[in-house]
Design a protein around this ligand. Sequence first.
Ligand code: BGC
Length: 431
Amino acid sequence: MERKNNNTACTSKEAASSTPYRILALILTFSMLLALGLCACSGKSTETTKKKKKAKKTTKETVETVSEPEEDPPTTSESDTEPSDTSKNDPFATTTEEPTNSTSTENPVVGISLPTKALKRWADDGQLMKELLEADGYAVDLQFASNDISTQQVQIENMINEGCQILIIAAIDGDSLTNVLDFAKAQNITVIAYDRLIRRTDAVSYYVTFDNYLVGTLQGEYIRIALDLDNADGPFNMEIFTGDPGDFNAKYFYDGAMDVLQPYISSGQLVVKSGQTDFYDVGTANWSTDNAQTRMDTILTTYYSDGSQLDAILCSNDSTALGAELALATSYTGNYPVITGQDCDITNVRNILSGYQSMSVFKDTRESVKATVNMAEEILTGSIVTVNDTSTYNNETINVPSYLVSPVVVDKSNYEEILIDSGYYKKSDLS
Ligand code: BGC
């Protein structure tokens, strides 16, 4: 051990006194002096490092802010978002100083704007869309607009300002987004209309929806068959509740159902005692249960309190059907009518099971969500976008290439197979 140490010391001394090592020692000393001098003169290295540290933090804040803007409004300034330029000009930059989470900022941001959280289907649609997109590495800004048109406009504008690359929008009012979508188009943002078509703009590129006309047809057919309109002795009394006239879908649902039922109204086999059959007369603002209940109350008091039998209520969706059912529960004593719906909301499925609603049209929104996520990814990766209809949906400016998913009828006879076996609901949800 001792011998080894001595040997090492001796060897070092010898080396230091030999010519090549002396030259090496001189070079090392000179380099150290040069480095010290530079640091003392500029102090730039420290400042740059500080800038980079700040930039790193800001990058993270930006990403968090973008994904949850409701809770934490964005504060990003232009200078905060440009860390890489600083490092490019910095001769002392090393790879370890590059922002570690830069991939997050490069993740395309998808803005999702939905009408309301109050209806389960929209809440579920938004949640699933967000989960699927995030699982594939995209940043998501999901907003619900409380069924308020100007709230939705502002939320979309914020998403654009925050740099989203794709917008997925279920419009509260299909006519009210023209300006904000012009702004989106100017920023080259691709817009997917989700479930509801956006009208009178060429800034919408794609549409994912269910076959809305078919939804109405299924409701009309259900009433036709349940009352056996072709064979039974009539006439039968029916009332009509459709959705918000500002929602383009409402007209498709109405048209689909009325194309089946109008011939029977015209022939007198079906009678609408209230006389309210026009699309605007039977509309329900905001698809609100309360509004539907109030209108049904008035109709019952005015036209059915004499003991007249109400045989059917054509309701375009479950929230309007629920309003009609609540009104019937308070003031109707005749035989219970056939009632249609749409969405298979939990309360309505329970009502189907207990006999207070006849059917609901099930739109498996897991499928429309998957199709939308798939479409967003195809757009972002520059792949061919999957559509299956290029002619049906004209928004009064362009034909919007669409991907349509099929709706199905659910009633007491098949709810287990369609809703429970498919995992949409657990049996316990419905009791
Ligand atoms: C949707 C329906 C929904 C209704 C009310 C429509 O646009 O297609 O599924 O029930 O809006 O939110």
